[in-house]
Each structure stands twice: as C-alpha cells, then as structure tokens.
Write a protein that binds this ligand. Structure first.
Ligand SMILES: Nc1ncnc2c1ncn2[C@@H]1O[C@H](COP(=O)(O)OP(=O)(O)OP(=O)(O)O)[C@@H](O)[C@H]1O
Ligand SMILES: [Mg+2]
Length: 250
C-alpha cells in the first residue's frame, strides 16, 4: 500500500485516551475518538454528559488531565503560543449559543477576522463577506445586526464567520438547538454541503435526531464519561446499552 493511499491517511481529529475531571467530577474517562478527513462525526449524549467538554479539547480550550489530542499531524495538547494559535485558526468553531458580536453588523463580524488574519484589502474583504453570506444563503444581510436576525439566520451567519478563514475542520456545538424544523433542515444541509462541496471534516455535537439523520455521520454516544456506542444512527439506536433506549425514546 502506498503511503498516500486513503486507508493510511491520518485522521483529521484524534483523541487518544483523553481524561478530564473537574474536582471530583470525572467528565471524560480515557475517551478515544478518531474523525477521518472529510468525515462528519456526531457526538450525542444527555445534557451534562461532557459533549462540550470533549469538543473544547480539539482546540485546547480545555487541556486534558491525561491522554493525547491530535489535529492532523500536530499533537495539540502539548502545543503552546503561536503554534497552538495556528492550529486554532485552521479549525472553525460554531459555539453553543452562536456568539456573534451584537455590537457589530453581520458583515463586520466576519470582516474583523479577515482584516486580522488575511492580506485581503477592503474591496477583497467585502467580496469575501458577500460570498460567505451567499454560501450560507443569507445574501444581502451584511448590514444587519444580529438582533435583527431570526435564530436560524443567526446560526447561519455564525457559520459564515466560522468559515471565513477556510478551516479544514469545523466543530459544531449544538448547531440546531432551539430552531424550528425548517431551520434545522437548512443548517443540517449546510453541514452536508461543507462535506460534499468543500471536503471539510466536521465534528458535530447534537441531540437533534433530524440533524443527525440529515447529516448522516458516524454517531458516538457519550455516557458516564465514556463513548458507549459508535456507528451509524440506526446501529446506535439499536445498540443494547439501556441509556440509548431512553435517549432515543424506546
Ligand atoms: N470549566 C468547567 N469547570 C467545571 N465544571 C465544568 C466545566 N465545564 C463543564 N463542566 C461540567 O462538566 C460536565 C459536562 O459539561 P458539558 O458542558 O460538556 O455538558 P454537555 O454534554 O455539553 O451538556 P449540554 O447538552 O447541556 O450542553 C457538567 O457537569 C459541567 O457542569
Ligand atoms: Mg454542551
């Protein structure tokens, strides 16, 4: 097998036996997870099961107590300073709760990243903002403030911002929570388009079955500080663990 064959390709994201506790509360207990390049992986689990804690490790917003975290060929849990910043810029992160800056327009929310981290001039940045907003199906909303957008529009605007620096990997923390089914569908379909049109690797936290169905990724179910089932949605739904029956409604 040649070294460049897909089967040997290093994963985009890899957690190796990651443990994390806050005081007496063990949130992750030797959790391992690999996301192949171009794959969509879904992390599901009950509220407080550690989904957000897990995803924060990918960009080292949290440091593991033990274990390793890799982004492609970089071991990020031992990185510091400029090297860590560079990895973080290559990973887009849609935070739980969106987190657009309310005092800036949608366009300014995106432009400040382009200004800081690219060499585009003002006209180039304007064109890039329009292109990003068109891609998330929000054309001509650059001058609106976040408060003037619907919940689904806010998620899509935040996604446009997360994509501004052309990340190879996208992290989504509850991208569809609180949205109506039409918006759930719109945001979920964007995750599919990221994979199909741009080859972007996504790690998506969700407890939304519609989102899981539409995005169709590999599901990893987190419970009691461990991944208790992995596979496609139907396989995980049918897995023997009793907590899965409760979660998926029997
Ligand atoms: N920085 C922190 N300090 C202390 N405890 C924390 C910290 N972050 C998370 N926790 C705790 O770790 C546990 C897991 O939290 P986490 O946010 O990962 O849950 P979650 O699975 O994302 O839940 P939800 O579905 O409600 O978003 C919770 O008990 C939480 O209180
Ligand atoms: Mg969470």
């Amino acid at each position: 097998m040649s070294p460049s064959s897909p089967a040997r390709e290093i994963p985009a994201v890899r957690l190796v036996e990651v443990s994390k506790a806050f005081g007496d509360l063990v949130v992750l207990d030797r959790v391992s997870l690999a996301v192949a390049k171009g794959e969509t992986a879904l992390v599901m689990g009950g509220s407080g099961s550690g989904k957000s804690v897990l995803i924060k490790h990918v960009v080292q917003l949290l440091r593991p107590d033990s274990g390793e975290v890799w982004v492609f060929d970089r071991r990020v849990d031992t990185l510091r300073g400029a090297e860590l910043d560079a990895v973080r810029l290559s990973v887009g992160y849609l935070f739980q709760g969106g987190a657009l800056f309310d005092s800036m327009t949608v366009g300014e929310n995106i432009d400040f990243l382009l200004e800081r981290h690219t060499r585009l001039d003002a006209a180039g940045r304007r064109a890039r903002v329009e292109e990003l907003l068109e891609w998330v199906r929000l054309p001509q909303l650059a001058l609106r403030y976040p408060a003037e957008l619907s919940g689904g529009q806010k998620k899509r605007a935040a996604l446009a911002r997360a994509l501004a620096l052309e990340p190879a990997i996208m992290l989504f923390d509850e991208p569809t929570t609180g949205l109506d089914p039409v918006s759930v569908r719109a945001v979920s379909e964007l995750i599919v388009r990221l994979r199909e049109e741009r080859g972007i690797t996504s790690l998506v936290i969700t407890h939304d079955l519609l989102c899981a169905e539409i995005t169709g990724g590999t599901v990893h179910f987190l419970h009691d500080a461990a991944i208790v089932a992995s596979g496609d949605l139907d396989a995980v739904r049918r897995a023997a663990h009793p907590v899965l029956g409760n979660f998926f409604g029997g």
